[in-house]
Design a binder for this molecule. Structure first.
Ligand code: MTE
Length: 305
């Protein structure tokens, strides 16, 4: 049986990091990210915006909030890991592709980025803790990475694994490392599922999961695994990091739904980073039109947790 220390985003968000502390730190330190070691081919300010995702229906969150208020348990369970995360060396960076694929292989980030054109998309992001932000990500549709990986027709799930690096002091804590997350092959093929390699027209900073992370805007943020080093394909549903710790609170599907409360707090509203405004949460984080159909055949499962 696991003994669970309820910290960080496992407890109501307002109890985690007092906002005045976050603001003071920001004032002192300014925008983050500049110190990271960037990949040779990084996001550029002139990355073309995909017109379908040029407006998320909300103002874009100020970069300084999105890059200094982070969840990245490998560094620590509090939100102020951005400075510590600068120690994560992001280049060279290799991603292993394995499992049910035609040919297991490793691919360097520069090689990957040279093969797949980058685009910018503005997405809403909803953390299970009930804070939210709106971010211009750059990267490419996950479907392009799946195509490059060439999975077998019998593969049903794609699993993402985060790096375990010596710079990550949080790895000494009792958690089921490595951080893994997974999607069905159908979810991965949905146009919204995105691999981010940049944000705000710059390379993705390490605290946000640089050099390469998953971005799944219709699901709670914990599905969006950071700093990916392995992508594998399987025909068995993976038991992911948070599900293995607390399956009654963090399930496999984790689709955003304002009507299904977390066992310990409501999911009806969310707090916007920066303004602190509380706004209603939307089904599938407002992306129901694009993704609701993915779940029409799924019965008797907790789709929203
Ligand atoms: N990925 C890893 N490897 N470790 C983490 O702790 N936290 C998740 C997700 N991906 C996490 C992770 C959670 S709970 C959220 S809300 C988002 O990252 C936060 O992303 P951000 O820090 O870029 O806002």
């Amino acid at each position: 049986m696991h003994i669970i220390r309820r910290r960080g985003w496992e407890i109501p968000e307002h109890l985690v990091t007092p906002e005045h502390f976050v603001l003071n730190r920001r004032t002192l330190l300014g925008a983050a990210g500049a110190m990271s070691i960037l990949p040779a081919i990084a996001a550029r300010a002139d990355t073309p915006v995909n017109p379908t995702y040029k407006d998320a229906g909300r103002p874009v969150t100020d970069e300084k909030y999105a890059t200094t208020y982070n969840n990245y348990y490998e560094f620590d369970t509090d939100k102020s890991i951005w400075r510590a995360a600068q120690k994560l060396k992001q280049h060279p960076w290799t991603i292993r592709i394995e499992g049910m694929v035609a040919q297991p292989r490793s691919i360097g980030i520069d090689d990957l980025l040279a093969q797949i054109p980058q685009e910018e998309r503005i997405y809403r992001h909803r953390c299970v803790e009930a804070w939210a932000m709106t971010v211009p990500w750059s990267g490419f549709p996950l479907s392009k990475l799946v195509k490059l990986a060439d999975p077998l027709a019998s593969a049903k799930y794609v699993v993402f694994e985060t790096a375990q690096d010596k710079s990550m002091t949080g790895l000494s804590a009792f958690y089921p490392w490595p951080y893994t997350e997974g999607l069905t092959i159908e979810e991965a093929a949905n146009d919204l599922a995105f691999i981010s390699t940049g944000m705000y027209g710059k390379a993705l900073p390490p605290q946000n999961g640089g050099p390469i992370r998953l971005t799944v805007p219709w699901k709670y943020g914990f599905k969006s695994a950071k700093s990916i080093v392995k992508v594998s394909f399987t025909d068995k549903r993976p038991v992911t990091f948070w599900e293995s710790l607390q399956s009654s609170e963090y399930g496999f599907w984790a689709n955003v739904n304002p009507e299904v409360s977390h066992p310990r707090w409501s999911q009806a509203t969310e707090r916007l980073l920066g303004s602190n405004e509380r706004v209603p949460t939307q089904l599938f984080n407002g992306y129901a039109e694009q993704v609701a159909g993915l779940y029409s055949g799924v019965k008797n499962q907790k789709l929203f947790m």
